[in-house]
Design a protein around this ligand. Structure first.
Ligand code: ARG
Length: 573
């Protein structure tokens, strides 16, 4: 792939002092306004070195590089050097790259380095509700993005299968449980017990004590407690897997919190040895005052372990087991403070790799009806949302196109409906809270998954109509007459396609899939503009070949981009 920025930086470096080639590269801008050229170099920073007005420096640089044969035009405007490429010069390498679908946007820069990513990680015996969608979908997309850049990514589901809530659940089951109900509809039934527990415990605080004792027994080998806990876990996992299947999401490991319970004594001992553990009101804590953080709770007064203790054991296990380059946690922003404590404790324990642990936070999802609460039993199951999306999508497709191919409609409705929900999750910068609104998720003309999928299907339709022969000619960039792609609408599309690989890298660096999402929405919009402004399948062979090649390049970009979001790209809709 051509690297114009790199070439320009090298050229400018020959003519300025005091800035490295890399620094120059970082300063080169791609102006929003095309009048300002394809690339622009601001000269403010050079004023000090040269003791001259930046305008004058810009004029000197413009003069110096004008003759290099790289540009169609070079202008000085105020403190900027504006550089215009010839359009064909930009189009050729962009098409060459994008026509190679298998490699476009992929790279091997990760060099097989291992990244562990902890995402989804729901709590067992609790509903898998709409609130879980964010970590699940964002986490999976980050996996896809890193995987596409040549990293070896280990997807781990840190199931919340341990802790005092299991004491409550077992207690509730013993008081009000019915096996048949549990078998028939495990999560809803267990949820109803859990809700009942909280209602009853308000009247009778003794229940809380009983639950605490039950968890103590579970952690100390109580046979019946372990049997019930395992049973609840298996039932829950079966339900979770059904939802993961619907979304096409897979894990490499389901190492829940319970797996680390045996490993904890070693770390508690270690904390003691290192003089980090202090007693506080009967509990054991690591004091973090000095770092402006609340103390990290390691062990309760009754000797039961805590979330944080299990996470210490988990992080060490991951380092010893995978020797990660990065250890990523995709967890809601409510836990930001908690992760700062956890990473600080790991650092104090002397683990230099604590710096490689990354918390990737995200904001909350609310429903138009109001907030969610597991305790109060006010939940919306993710599975119900996905099913509803499929149903609504089918209605929309039939409405738009009563002749939609019957044999495929259910499958397409699934790909589009579920894709729409996932795409929607990845559309806004992750840290923002947002409200889930059906008409936003499924709007085929908005900035949605269905819109991008629809545009991809439109490209496929153009390619089908173009026929084998044309397609073959279009796939060979060397033979194309690119002068047919220099109109504004074609060229705008080319520029967006060209930018795609860099967009993927930026998304990885910022752990922000929405950067890819926004970009493929732009590509889709640009393609549609091109499609409406111009005739693609014209009689003139050379013109047709060039335009079909651009269609193919757009299709590849949309398809590869959607894949990074784990959204399907059906060829017909
Ligand atoms: N189960 C936790 C929750 O639902 C999330 C776990 C995240 N991972 C971790 N290693 N702490 O809040």
């Amino acid at each position: 792939m051509a690297d114009f920025k790199g070439d320009i930086a090298a050229l400018i470096a020959e003519h300025v002092e005091g800035l490295s080639r890399e620094e120059i590269r970082g300063m080169i801008e791609i102006p929003q306004n095309k009048e300002m050229g394809d690339y622009a170099f601001p000269c403010f920073r050079l004023a000090k070195t040269y003791r001259k007005a930046p305008q004058m420096i810009a004029a000197d640089i413009a003069e110096a590089i004008r003759g290099a044969g790289m540009f169609a035009k070079v202008e000085q405007v105020n403190a900027y050097v504006n550089m215009f490429m010839s359009r064909e010069q930009v189009i050729r390498p962009a098409l060459e790259a994008a026509l190679d679908a298998e490699h476009f946007g992929f790279s091997d820069e990760g060099n097989g380095k291992t990244i562990v990513i902890d995402f989804s990680s729901p709590n067992i015996a609790k509903p898998f509700h709409i609130g879980h969608i964010r970590t699940t979908v964002i986490g999976y997309s980050i996996y896809k993005i890193y995987d596409s850049l040549g990293y070896n990514v280990v997807r781990t589901n840190h199931l919340g299968d341990y802790g005092t809530q299991f004491g409550k659940m077992i207690c509730a089951y013993r008081h009000w449980g019915n096996d048949e109900d549990v078998q028939r509809d495990p999560i809803r039934t267990l949820l109803s017990y859990y809700t009942k527990f909280h209602v009853e415990a308000e009247k009778d605080p003794e229940l809380n004590e009983e639950a605490r004792k039950t968890f103590y027994d579970l952690e100390h080998g109580g046979e019946d407690e372990i049997r019930l806990w395992k049973w609840f876990s298996d039932l829950s996992l079966r339900e979770f897997n059904r939802v993961y299947d619907m979304m096409g999401i897979e894990f490499d490991a389901y190492d829940g919190e319970s797996m680390y319970s045996d490993m904890m004594p070693r770390h508690i001992e270690d904390l003691k040895q290192k003089g980090l553990l202090k007693e506080s009101q009967g509990a054991m804590v690591v004091n973090l005052d000095q770092f402006d953080l609340p103390p990290a709770l390691i062990q309760k007064s009754d000797g039961t372990s805590l979330y944080c203790t299990r996470d210490i054991a988990t992080a060490v296990y991951r380092k010893e087991h995978y020797d990660f380059y990065k250890n990523i946690y995709v967890v809601a922003s409510q836990q930001t403070l908690y992760f700062r404590q956890l990473f600080k404790v790991l650092e104090l324990m002397g683990y230099e790799w604590a710096k490689d642990c990354v918390h990737v936070p995200f904001g909350m999802v609310a429903l138009e009806e109001g907030t969610l609460s597991t305790r109060k039993g006010r939940v919306v199951f993710l599975e119900d949302v996905l099913n509803k999306a499929v149903e609504k999508t089918k209605e929309i497709i039939l409405e738009k196109n009563p002749d939609a191919p019957k044999d495929r409609i259910d499958e397409v409705a699934k790909e589009v409906g579920i894709g729409a929900v996932m795409f929607n999750e990845l559309s806004n910068s992750r840290i923002k809270d947002y409200v889930f609104k059906w008409d936003q998720v499924l709007n085929f003309d908005g900035e949605t998954g269905p819109y991008v999928q629809y545009t991809h299907a439109r490209c496929c339709s153009v390619l089908r109509k173009a026929g084998e022969e044309t397609l073959k000619a279009a796939s060979d960039p060397a033979s194309l007459d690119l002068s047919y792609l220099t109109s504004d609408s074609a060229y705008d599309l080319v520029r967006l396609i060209e930018a795609y690989p860099a967009v993927v890298k930026e998304a990885a660096q910022k752990y922000e899939p929405s950067i890819v999402t926004r970009h493929i929405i732009d590509v889709a919009q640009a393609y549609n503009k091109f499609y409406h402004d111009e005739h693609i399948l014209v009689d003139d062979e050379a013109e047709k070949n060039a335009k079909v090649a651009l269609t193919l390049a757009a299709k590849n970009t949309l398809k590869n981009g959607l894949a990074l979001l784990a959204v399907k790209a059906p060829e017909r809709m």
